[in-house]
Design a protein around this ligand. Structure first.
Ligand SMILES: [Zn+2]
Length: 432
């Protein structure tokens, strides 16, 4: 807890020194004189604290603190934290990256050098420069940005474009960036299924099922290797740096003959890095005995792009639109009525896709399409065959998933990582 107070009191006290009314606002949280109980604060005291009220500190039980002169946050106790590689393993176990579309760029996109400990993670749809500032303000060590901040290859990191500045500043501030994007779209119980909940009780099916060939396109092998106990830790770190995954320890076996312990590590490896992995293991000499098996991956049920909702009872277009507004928290959306439709017409099905749904929804038979954005001509193609279209702007169909995701990740990360949903992240478009 001490680190939080130390980092937070600096901007806070600068503000206080200039505005004593702010000081009064918080004075109920501040009691003298326990500086000695929080030794990390002691070096700050002469410079920042004595102007305000000598020998004052925030008590550890206080939950509201100021982390910048302009913003007030409610914060609980500091999280225990987890190593970045363990957080990434949990994220990949929740939504395997091979579920993502082939064209996508998902996974750990920015990794600070060396070991990296994550206590606070910020969730956002888009990592803009404003959201990056927020990540620094809440003292995050990691950002989960649904849309990949690196998509097209960067040729320089000079800071001339906002994308370049994002990466440079993230590395300078030791901020890891993970992007799940279409792996969350495809996932059963992921973002698209959350969007489908707008229509309450309905039968939901996947529009484009993830195929086994897509899942195996990266060529998976299962590798298990037996190592001398003293080599296991180093080998695990080496393998993690090559594959991005932490090997599982599946067995520790004591060898009474030479009084040593053997460790069996196992992991899935793609074809692209298999040779590199074997070269790495060869460093560990005759102790490394490795078995490689090819794995067959079957498509996961209810996994893929887009969903078709068949209603149990028909509903009017007007009611369907109202449900969308309520689910997404939007006052306004755009509606294109299909030929033959009026707002009171009843419908029985909606095909939906978060974000930009033109290609996923193309040609799908449904009474209504729901997505973030479609081109003018895609909308005309839909309405011409009698399908009404609801457009909400791209990221408005995605952002509401973040609080739901937060609850999932809090549990999966065993409450060791504090997870904050961005308040700065928003769709750039606004309907006036
Ligand atoms: Zn999107």
């Amino acid at each position: 807890m001490q680190c939080v107070w130390q980092a937070s009191l600096m901007p806070f006290c600068r503000s206080v020194c200039r505005a004593r009314n702010v000081w009064k606002l918080l004075s109920s949280h501040i009691n003298p004189p326990h500086v000695s109980q929080l030794p990390l604060l002691a070096p700050l005291k002469p410079r920042y604290l004595h102007h305000c009220n000598s020998n004052c500190v925030l008590q550890p039980s206080v939950e509201q603190i100021i982390v910048s002169p302009r913003r007030l946050f409610t914060r609980g106790p500091v999280s225990a934290g987890m190593e970045l590689q363990d957080v990434v393993s949990v994220l990949k176990a929740f939504a395997p990256t091979h579920l993502a579309a082939e064209w996508d760029n998902v996974g750990l996109l920015v990794k600070p050098s060396g070991e990296h400990f994550v206590q606070t993670m910020l969730l956002t749809i888009d990592l803009t420069e404003t959201v990056l500032e927020e990540a620094l303000r809440v003292q995050a060590q990691m950002v989960l940005a649904y849309h990949p901040p690196i998509f097209h290859p960067l040729k320089t990191l000079s800071g001339h474009t906002w994308k370049e500045r994002l990466i440079v500043r993230s590395l300078e501030n030791r901020l890891a960036i993970y992007s799940p994007h279409t792996s969350y779209d495809a996932l059963a119980g992921g973002l698209t299924d959350w969007l489908a909940q707008a229509f309450g009780e309905s039968t939901v099916s996947v529009l484009h099922q993830s195929s086994p060939s897509a899942l195996t396109s990266c060529g998976h092998y299962h590798l298990s290797t037996t190592l001398h106990g003293k080599d296991a830790m180093n080998a695990s770190v080496d393998l993690q740096s090559i594959t991005g995954d932490t090997p599982k320890v599946i067995q520790m076996r004591r060898d009474d003959a030479d009084n040593t312990t053997d460790v069996i590590l196992s992991m899935n490896v793609t074809e692209q890095v298999l040779l590199q992995v074997l070269q790495c293991l060869s460093k560990y000499g005759s102790h490394a005995r490795t078995e490689i098996n090819t794995t067959t991956m079957v498509s996961l049920p209810n996994t893929g792009m887009g969903r078709l909702c068949q209603f149990k009872e028909p509903m009017s277009i007007k009611d369907a639109v109202q449900r969308v507004k309520e689910h997404l928290g939007l006052p306004l959306v755009r509606l294109a009525l299909g030929t033959q439709h009026v707002e009171e017409s009843t419908i029985q099905s909606v095909a939906l896709c978060a974000g930009s749904g033109g290609s996923v929804l193309k040609g799908v038979k449904a009474d209504m399409y729901l997505t973030g954005e479609m081109s003018h001509h895609e909308v005309l193609d839909a309405t011409a065959v009698g399908t009404s279209v609801v457009l909400c702007d791209h990221s408005n169909t995605e952002r509401g998933f973040l609080p739901h995701l937060r609850n999932i990740l809090v549990e999966r990360l065993q409450q060791k990582v504090k997870i904050v949903v961005s308040v700065e992240d928003k769709d750039p478009l606004k309907i006036l």
